[in-house]
Design a protein around this ligand. Structure first.
Ligand SMILES: [Zn+2]
Length: 207
């Protein structure tokens, strides 16, 4: 399993691994969110897509999940619980609100478990982060996500975390890398819609 020194090498839409994970529910801030992860296999596919595991590791974990279906379901439920807690924690921050203690508790529990697998290894003259006991552990896909969230929550980049302001409840989280930190929307579609609407409102005001 790839570890790297964080998520900086991953080319992700949201700009940060844990935000990308939090965005695996569509219309997250609306009354009718759209789930994109329906099974442990979907979580695995997402992990492979963002480069956390190789295709080979995905096949191995997929096989392991089939022979341990009950455990795979538990890890899936845990993934969703963790994702929702993360989403609420980051969302609260973007709204300058205090996160719920229960969400921090869910996150910290996952943090303790994840970091208990973190090791410093040594290979060819270099030290590097490694995850211990990863082989066949169905939960390993969550460890780097949790670590990435903990790092972001404790970094200056946290100030750059934003949530799409689309009024229909898009709710997509992103890392605002714009120079003046003026980003307000997830991408072009929500941004264009808001611009068209404000143009119409202005035009109406002039009627
Ligand atoms: Zn949006």
């Amino acid at each position: 399993m790839k570890t790297g020194s964080g998520s900086e090498n991953l080319n992700l839409d949201a700009g940060q691994l844990s935000l990308d994970f939090a965005n695996t529910m569509g219309w997250h801030a609306s009354e009718h969110p759209v789930e994109k992860l329906h099974s442990y296999h979907d979580v695995l596919t997402w992990s492979a897509n963002v480069g956390l595991i190789t295709g080979e590791e995905k096949s191995q974990l997929s096989r392991a999940s089939k022979s341990h279906a009950k455990q795979a379901l538990q890890v899936y439920n845990k993934s969703i619980e963790l994702r929702e807690a993360l989403y609420r924690i980051f969302s609260a921050f973007t709204m300058k609100k205090r996160p719920d203690a229960s969400d921090l508790e869910i996150f910290n529990k996952a943090l303790v478990e994840s970091l208990s697998h973190l090791r410093v290894g040594y290979d060819r003259g270099k030290f590097r982060w490694e995850w211990a006991d990863a082989k066949n552990s169905l939960e390993q896909i969550l460890w780097p996500v949790v670590r990435s969230a903990a790092e972001l929550l404790n970094s200056e980049d946290l100030e750059r975390v934003g949530r799409c302001e689309d009024d229909r409840g898009c709710g997509w989280l992103f890392l605002d890398t714009s120079h003046n930190r003026t980003r307000r929307w997830c991408g072009t579609s929500c941004g264009n819609r808001a611009k068209v609407r404000s143009f119409r409102e202005r035009a109406r005001a002039h009627d």
